[in-house]
Design a protein around this ligand. Structure first.
Ligand code: UFG
Length: 320
């Protein structure tokens, strides 16, 4: 299939684009390079520097090639900023998203795989979280992801759009060539590893959560496994009725446990500074991914936290 990957120069998007090429699909990346990096666009992919929020840009892209599907991975992604600047999130993730769907309809493209998030659930009532768990996002980022999932449902019912939303838990790790490179970096694993390289402390945001050691618990998933789930979702899209899948391991690690695992992987005694909570963080997010395993035949290859951290560490050291 020829797939248009929005956000394909970003962290997860570039690894997904790479996975699609390895699975012998044709890829065009559309990215405005606001957060993405041109050098992250995989070899073999066509690249269009454009903004999915602009209809004119999209019409030009859709005229350029005939696409079989869209993987929509572009958007505003940082949970914390979504609590202080929600406008940006609604404009980009919701209004921009509708703009993309309307362009797809205009150009007769009727398949989409969407990067959704564990943030749609809010504070979980049960763990691990299953897909039918109530959705009460506690930040505008999660709300925009949920709104777009609901918009997809209506576009599916009314216009025959085929769609799957993949709710990532915490994407982490790297391939040999592609890793996490945000500016500013807000994510835990790259920040811990940067602290290891720079001999500076890592900040632990919140030690008074109702968890085993007081720090937040997350379910870290290797970005290569996330990419694999996208390829499977695309290939099964025409024959599947389910519209959303969690991607996680059902195993959560606290911030302090991640820091400890990073000390083991790097051999560096990374200092941790305990600090107040960060806005918008739920205490625990751990997935049940049974549905993705049984319906998409998703088989994560890198479930161990230390493997995930090790891949990110090797990538980071090679870039220096
Ligand atoms: N954290 C620190 N220190 C840091 C960075 C993060 O203590 O330097 C803490 C955070 O407060 C949080 C945990 O580490 O408790 C994980 O934070 P990340 O920023 O790495 O990831 P988030 O859980 O905030 O968000 C990520 C994705 C979202 C997704 C969410 C779902 O960025 O898109 O996972 O679990 F919604």
């Amino acid at each position: 299939m020829h797939v248009l990957v929005t956000g394909g120069a970003g962290y997860v998007g570039s690894v997904v684009a790479d996975g699609l090429i390895r699975a012998e699909h044709t890829v065009t990346v559309l990215d405005n390079l606001q957060q993405g990096h041109k050098e992250a666009v995989p070899e073999g992919a066509l690249f269009i520097q454009a903004d999915f929020c602009r209809s004119k840009d999209l019409d030009a892209a859709f005229r350029q090639s005939s696409f079989d599907a869209v993987m929509h991975m572009a958007g505003e992604t940082i949970v914390e900023y979504s609590t202080t600047d929600p406008r940006r999130y609604f404009h980009t993730n919701v209004i921009g998203g509708i703009n993309l769907l309307d362009a797809m309809l205009r150009h007769n493209v009727n398949r989409i795989v969407f990067s959704s998030s564990a943030a749609v659930y809010g504070e979980p009532l049960t763990a691990p979280i299953e897909e039918n768990h109530p959705k009460n996002p506690i930040n505008s980022y999660g709300l925009t992801k949920l709104m777009f999932e609901q918009i997809l449902e209506w576009y599916g019912k009314a216009y025959g759009l085929r769609h799957i939303s993949l709710r990532y838990f915490n994407a982490a790790g790297a391939t040999d060539r592609l890793g996490e490179n945000h500016n500013p970096e807000t994510h835990l694993i790259p920040n811990v590893l940067k602290a290891a390289l720079a001999s500076t402390p890592v900040w632990v945001f919140g030690t008074d959560y109702p968890t085993r050691d007081g720090s937040c618990i997350r379910d870290y998933v290797h970005v290569i496994d996330i990419a694999q789930a996208h390829v499977l979702a695309l290939e099964k899209l025409d024959n599947i009725k389910t519209s959303a899948y969690n991607l996680g391991h059902g195993q959560g690690y606290s911030v302090l446990e991640v820091v400890q695992a990073a000390r083991k992987v790097t051999g560096i005694d990374i200092p941790a500074k305990l600090s107040p909570r960060r806005a918008g963080d739920p205490a625990v997010l751990v997935a049940s991914s049974n549905r993705a395993k049984s319906e998409l035949s998703w088989e994560p290859r890198f479930p161990e936290l230390e493997q995930i951290i090790d891949s990110a560490w090797r990538w980071m050291k090679n870039r220096r």
